[in-house]
Design a protein around this ligand. Structure first.
Ligand code: TRP
Length: 332
């Protein structure tokens, strides 16, 4: 019997290389070893964006198209949309009943979010009930499939701790049933944005999986290099190159990285030329993924079919677990 993995992402729109290298690539590998459940967390999106739902459907399709292009495989994994598995909402009710209020109040991620909301919307804004319940909903996502492991970024580990607390409480109250899920740390995104800061859509410093080769090349030309270098035959300092050389280390072979280093240090390689080559390098690495993405973009009905079938498959398992939960809690 394979162990179970659950992980999800909010539908925030098209994914960038930070998502690919930091999260998705890892998921693709996990598919062969575990029984994987990957989902788009559309209810979670509502916790903060309940008043901005017009892009929700498109964002969900975009993210799933990216996943499929990157190699998340419906033959290997169960791929679904959270809100298409309403059993999660019922489990959320049972778990909410056994979760003391102060467990969610002390959740550090929630505290951060509350702070951000306050500064965005002014002091008067309040946390809504749904956002408050977010750690319980996340526990429901995880426990719905009785996960053993949850691949997440370091920022989400506190949520897994709450999930484990809720799991223990459930098992104590109603009998041993749920596994205590362990976080599996994603190697944090190793790629920075084109400006040297964290890569993010809202910072306009990202390269999207869905960008064309042309757009990618143009973006790479804006990447920051060694700021002390003015002319192309100035001696370069690869280790002080803020972005381009870091990208080389991610996308180039060992030999290529050594060549770039030597030529740069000797002033034999200008930054523009270097970035032109780098753009080609990144494009060739992404070529296959982008081709696959184009295919799914042009066959969006296939993506929808995969979502519907995946969600139906997820529901079969969710119903099984839920019927056992109902029995344990002694519902009618
Ligand atoms: N909270 C996660 C995020 O914001 C997304 C998420 C929701 C999730 N439910 C989950 C991740 C369950 C792992 C398991 O990134």
């Amino acid at each position: 019997m394979k162990q179970t993995i659950v992980s999800g992402m909010r539908p925030t729109g098209k994914l960038h290389l930070g998502h690919y290298l930091g999260v998705i690539q890892n998921w693709v590998e996990l598919q062969d070893k575990y029984d994987c459940y990957f989902f788009v967390a559309d209810w979670h999106a509502l916790t903060t964006k309940y008043d901005k739902t017009e892009d929700l459907r498109q964002n969900t399709l975009d993210i799933l198209t990216d996943w499929l292009a990157c190699g998340i495989d419906p033959e290997k994994s169960t791929i679904y949309v959270q809100s298409l598995v309403p059993e999660i909402a019922e489990l959320n009710i049972y778990l909410g009943m056994i979760t003391p209020q102060n467990w969610v109040e002390r959740d550090p991620c929630l505290k951060d979010m509350a702070k951000i909301l306050k500064t965005k919307e002014g002091q008067a804004s309040q946390i809504n009930f749904g956002l408050m319940g977010y750690p319980v909903l996340m526990s429901s996502d995880i426990m719905m499939f009785n996960a053993d492991f949850v691949p997440v970024g370091i920022d989400q580990v506190a949520h897994i701790e709450i999930t484990r607390d809720i799991t223990r409480r459930f098992n104590n109250l109603y009998g041993e049933f749920f596994h205590e899920a362990q976080p599996l740390l994603n190697h944090c995104s190793l790629i920075c944005g084109l400006d040297g800061n964290k890569m993010g859509k809202s910072f306009h410093n990202d390269i999207k999986i869905s960008d064309t080769a042309e757009v990618t090349s143009k973006k790479v030309m804006t990447a920051i290099t060694d700021r002390s270098r003015l002319r192309k035959d100035d001696l370069g300092h690869p280790d002080e190159c803020e972005v381009a050389f870091k990208y080389w280390k991610i996308f180039g072979s060992e030999d290529e990285v050594n060549t770039v280093r030597c030529e740069c240090e000797k002033g034999q390689r200008g930054c523009a030329q270097c970035k032109r080559q780098l753009g080609d390098k990144i494009n060739s690495r992404l070529a296959e993924i982008r081709e696959k993405r184009k295919y799914y973009e042009n066959h969006i009905d296939e993506v929808e079919k995969i979502i519907n079938e995946g969600s139906a498959k997820a529901r079969v398992k969710a119903k099984e677990i839920l019927s056992q939960v109902r029995k344990l809690v002694k519902m009618y």
